[in-house]
Design a protein around this ligand. Sequence first.
Ligand code: FES
Ligand SMILES: [Fe+2]
Length: 449
Amino acid sequence: MTFDVRINPDAPADSLEAKRPSVDNGLQVPDPARYYAREFMQKEWERLWPRVWLLAGVTSDLPEEGDYCTFDFGHEQFLLVRQEDGGIKAFYNVCPHRANRIALNERGSVAQFTCAFHGWQFHCDGRLKGITDEETFAPALVAHRPGMTEVRCDQVGGLIFINMDGKAPPLKQWIGLPDGYIENYEIDKMHCVRHVRSTWDANWKVGVDSFYETYHLPHIHPQTQGVMDDFSQLDLYPNGFQRMIVPLCVKSHRIADQDTVDAGLRFMMQDAGMDPDSFKGNAREVRTAVQQSKRQRAQRLGLSHYEKFTDGQLTDSWATGFFPNVQIGMHPEGVFIMRFLPHPDDPTKFFYDNMTMYRYVDDPNYNVPAWMGLPEGTDVTGRVRPNIEHVPEGTKPDLGEVLDQDVELVAAVGAGSRSRGFRGPLWGEQEVRIRHYHREIDRYVNGEK
Ligand code: FES
Ligand SMILES: [Fe+2]
């Protein structure tokens, strides 16, 4: 193998930063029909989506008993509800009487649910509370006291997952990441400060593929070369999970001048609360300096969970792939949750759902990192949960320069994947994450899982 980037060659084997042993996923070139065929989409609906745990929400969206939010997935909509005992339950958001949606808003807080159609009432734990004019129903019809239909729900590290058919192993066993990997970031203490959903013109897997590698960075996003390297450490975990560690606060290895500290790196230092004018080192020393500065800042601000992070984690993006349709860009200051949600009927469209989660620190010298790309004036305190910005189909979402470049790219790849002249993707060593999760998809659609 010729591609073996190790972010920290000295990382102890049990460190979360350590390079994992490679996995042989073969060299098979899959039929590109998986990117457009209705038959393949149908197999996914039947054999993949019901069996996997789906990232449905975040715990900080439901701080109090009775708080709820919905999660749209295909033809389904789920209702996540904070319970009296502090737990979270999930239900199909459908009334057992005549199938009206029980909750009509994306989020809210209730003492009970009342269906707007005929006024049936439900407790927050899903039990039926009352049937309007119950004496007009034959007792046998409602003897089972029809409540909301519950769906399996569990959480890890502030992330809420659901599983539709109930056959998946327990969540913690199913998530292929080691203990602490997610929990260390304390996502439960972060708040969603921006949530955008847009429709992209390609199969959901084209979207995932393009976010699971940094191979395209120099070509599609050349502007990133001053602040990050496109050679990432790639690690494959069980059950289709994988991650890449993208080194930030460095210049791309493709740039000849590795000494001059220019605008991009100065900007990264400023973001971390440093004064770039007083920095005396060269460009190769910026990453370490930023790590030290962040470490000291965390101590000053009492952010004790930083003790669990490696130095690399303080600067780098740990872009982590949650099988099958999620990537979370993990940083101590906040995380980007990207969900690639399949279109219910059209295999050549998906919804890109992007939640920016931020941990608010009340300190005049602690700023939201500018690289998070939040629009001017965004409330980052977490006091008000913003509504989802639904970008109308056909409108270009304003997601920042880099993501806007991806929107165009993904549409072109989606269209190209249908060409008679395309024989299937040729994944190289910088694209092992893609092969890994496709291989796992195959296990589901072929009935091996
Ligand atoms: S559909 Fe809900 S009460 Fe009739
Ligand atoms: Fe990209």
